[in-house]
Design a protein around this ligand. Structure first.
Ligand code: SAM
Length: 307
């Protein structure tokens, strides 16, 4: 019953305007269609020479792999109000949910920005409430009528529709989005070489059984892809409550030549690591159950074998 997954032929072929309408203007040409007649797979990364694609300055920098209900993106959005972040999630239901969640947050913030009075702050508080027991409860609290209200608001519509007044409002969640995709495939079709400054792998599926280990999201093959799309100096974050998975991720990352472990002690008081451990729905569940959390963060380093 799931829709087939769609992938751009290369990063510059992706029209991001639907996901980040305040940051990208819609493209006239259809998506996923190459500009030239060459359709070769190796074309996926020919962005260095692309003509007429999105402006250099507007690129996604953070990717949350297997973002689930999106707690990390929602936590980081106001901390990095002008950094574009993308959640990647394979399950349709979660993607739909998170899309609604982001739209509701955007609507409310835009309304607040337009007009400080009204009842919007209550709604905002309700959505941001930290002590909600389950994401379902949270979902129920995102009242879709709030969204409709905002959209029928002429001021809000003006921001949405008019190219000239199309500007992101810092803190308005315009900088976060989610797409449905299989992150184990085609990541380089979405991101150029060296594009990402942060990648997050938060509480990934443990795949306990030995014969399922190949389904784990950290592996030597996939690390090569992650290293490719990450900028030198960028940080890859992992956290899990499963010790065996933690050991597995470390054993692969520790020996991978393009990543270098960053000692946990360097992250004391770090807001990103705090969000990594505590802001996601899974992270909160683990905390409620007094479970352990194992953190391992790595810096993308210069290729030691290239001069
Ligand atoms: N990171 C979230 C959190 O901390 O709350 C979700 C953790 S959940 C245990 C793992 C998530 O990864 C699930 O939502 C699952 O659908 C997603 N996932 C698993 N494999 C994936 C893949 N290949 N591509 C994208 N998402 C995937």
């Amino acid at each position: 019953n799931d829709m087939p997954l769609e992938y751009p032929i290369r990063p510059s072929a992706k029209d991001w305007s639907e996901l980040y309408p305040m940051y990208f203007k819609p493209e006239a040409k259809s998506r996923g269609v190459p500009e030239q007649d060459d359709l070769s797979v190796s074309d996926a990364n020919k962005d260095d020479q692309k003509p007429g694609s999105q402006p250099e300055s507007r690129k996604i920098e953070f990717a949350d792999i297997g973002c689930g209900y999106g707690g990390l993106l929602v936590a980081l959005a106001p901390l990095f109000p002008d950094t574009l972040m993308l959640g990647m999630e394979i399950r349709t239901k979660l993607v739909d949910y998170l899309q609604q969640r982001i739209e509701a947050l955007r609507s409310i913030q835009h309304k607040l920005h337009q007009n400080d009075t009204g009842d919007a702050p209550d709604v905002e508080k309700r959505i941001k409430t930290e002590d909600l027991d389950s994401a379902d409860q949270l979902k129920n609290s995102v009242d879709s009528t709030e969204q409709d209200d905002a959209e029928s608001d002429p001021e809000y519509a003006k921001i949405q529709d008019n190219g000239e007044t199309n500007f992101p409002v810092p803190g308005s969640y315009d900088n976060i989005a989610v797409i449905r995709m299989n992150a184990m495939k085609y990541l380089p079709n979405f991101f150029e070489k060296g594009q990402l400054t942060k990648m997050f792998f938060l509480f990934p599926d443990p795949h306990f059984k030995k014969r399922k280990h190949k389904a784990r999201i950290i592996s030597s093959t996939l690390l090569a892809e992650y290293a490719y799309i990450m900028k030198v100096g960028g940080i890859l974050y992992t956290v899990t409550d499963v010790k065996d998975l933690h050991d597995w991720m470390r054993s692969h990352l520790d020996v991978f030549p393009l990543f270098e472990r960053i000692p946990d002690s360097e992250f004391e008081g770090d807001l990103v690591v705090s969000a990594v451990c505590n802001s996601t729905e899974e992270g909160r569940k683990v905390a409620r159950n007094n479970g352990d959390k194992y953190l391992a963060c790595y810096r993308r380093i210069e290729d030691p074998y290239s001069s």
